[in-house]
Design a protein around this ligand. Structure first.
Ligand SMILES: Nc1ncnc2c1ncn2[C@@H]1O[C@H](COP(=O)(O)OP(=O)(O)OP(=O)(O)O)[C@@H](O)[C@H]1O
Ligand SMILES: [Mg+2]
Length: 375
């Protein structure tokens, strides 16, 4: 049989490969195959993680915050009906209460594109002008930590929010020129843990402003049950309540604790989360019956013991605990204030009688009246 050029070609290749080359090729093929397998398993892991996204995507899945959801969903529906853009909206409140989540829901319910940025990321005026000029009609611009915008950047937002235009200068000296750039109508959503740090002109430009408050145990139990369903974890009603009770009124903490308790239940128990399993797992995590973690207790102990229950300044407390002042103000204090374990006075922070009791210290007898310090 006459061997065609193709066949001889193939033969040549086969001949050209020495035994050691063959081994190399095999090893190479194997590596490629393993890499391909790795990629699929990475993709699988990524897909799995995505499918276990715990963020609610629609208003009806957003647990609690009824007054806020009712108001904002009416504003969204009205804007859609009119074919108009939604007013600019501001969400403020402690970390982990759902500010980012509700902003994403709003964009989805409006069928709009969400552009996500943050105060510290918008360093120069050019950044914000670039971002604003690229917005399309109806886009939602989400600025996280909006209290951290620089003053120069903030000034560009004023005319952008009010009149959908920005004025900026190009060139320098004799070539300097003022440019007035019209923008497409858009909605700005700002999120902050520090509403007090926003300047009055910026705050006033939000047509809608909402404070998110801590969640009730009942609401957090619903968050836990919903998340357990997504994570395919078996949790009893009392187990969900136990996690909820220790979540410091915060859904992000509920979800984090649920994951830790799940690990514990899978390793030490049958996998089902009961109240006893949840309580044991959270004690190991250093989360006490009221949900206070190590930092909360360290704060309370320092204020109550080192400073005899205060009054103590936040800077002094931060230095003693060796913790960032902002973390104490944003994360630790709001919940301790909420449950009445401390108060803020013009002279400084003070522990209340309940606060002393929780850490097992006798209350001070020379405290001011009110809030139970004397009791
Ligand atoms: N109302 C809610 N219902 C169900 N889950 C919620 C709700 N609010 C928040 N969560 C869950 O808590 C997590 C944290 O919420 P989110 O990131 O929106 O908080 P945040 O207020 O933006 O916090 P930060 O101030 O730290 O940015 C979300 O991933 C979501 O799973
Ligand atoms: Mg957020």
């Amino acid at each position: 049989m006459a061997s065609g050029p193709e066949e001889s070609g193939r033969e040549r290749i086969v001949q050209a490969s020495s035994p050691s080359n063959d081994a190399d090729k095999l090893a190479g093929d194997q590596a490629l195959e393993e890499r391909a397998q790795d990629m699929t398993s990475n993709e699988e892991i990524a897909a799995k993680a995505r499918s276990k996204d715990l963020r609610p995507h629609r208003f009806q899945d957003y647990v609690g915050q009824r007054a806020v959801v009712d108001s904002i969903s009416i504003a969204v529906m009205a804007a859609k009906k009119r074919g108009d853009t939604l007013d600019h909206a501001l969400f403020h409140g402690p970390p982990g209460l759902g500010k980012t989540t509700i902003s994403q829901i709003i964009a989805r319910e409006l069928d709009s594109q969400l552009i996500h940025t943050s105060g510290p990321a918008l360093e120069r005026p050019a950044d914000v002008v670039g971002l604003l000029s690229n917005l399309k009609t109806g886009d939602v611009l989400f600025i996280d930590e909006i209290h951290r915008l620089s003053h120069a950047v903030e000034e560009y937002l004023y005319s952008a929010m009010e009149d959908f235009r920005v004025d900026f200068m190009t060139g320098a000296g004799a070539f300097a020129k003022s440019i007035n750039l019209p923008l497409q109508p858009f909605t700005l959503i700002g999120s902050t843990t520090r509403a007090g740090m926003l300047s009055a002109p910026l705050r006033e430009r939000f047509g809608l402003a909402y404070h998110l408050d801590f969640y009730s145990t009942e609401e957090l139990a619903r968050v836990v049950t919903r998340s357990a369903g997504i994570l395919e974890v078996d949790v009893s009603e009392s187990g969900a309540h136990e996690i909820a009770r220790r979540s410091r009124g915060t859904p992000r903490i509920s979800n984090r604790l649920l994951r830790r308790v799940r690990d514990f239940a899978e390793v030490r128990n049958s996998g089902t989360i009961t109240d006893a399993v949840a309580a044991e797992a959270m004690e190991i995590e250093g989360v006490d019956a009221l949900g206070l973690d190590r930092l909360d207790r360290l704060y309370l102990m320092t204020l109550s013991k080192n400073y005899q229950g205060g009054p103590a300044g936040i800077q002094a407390l931060a230095a003693t605990i060796n913790e960032d002042q902002q973390t104490l103000e944003d994360v630790v204090e709001p919940f301790l204030l909420k449950i009445g374990f401390m108060i803020r006075t013009p002279q400084g922070r003070r522990t209340t009688a309940d606060g002393f009791e929780h850490i097992g210290l006798p209350p001070r007898l020379d405290g001011p009246t009110g809030q139970g310090t004397l009791l």
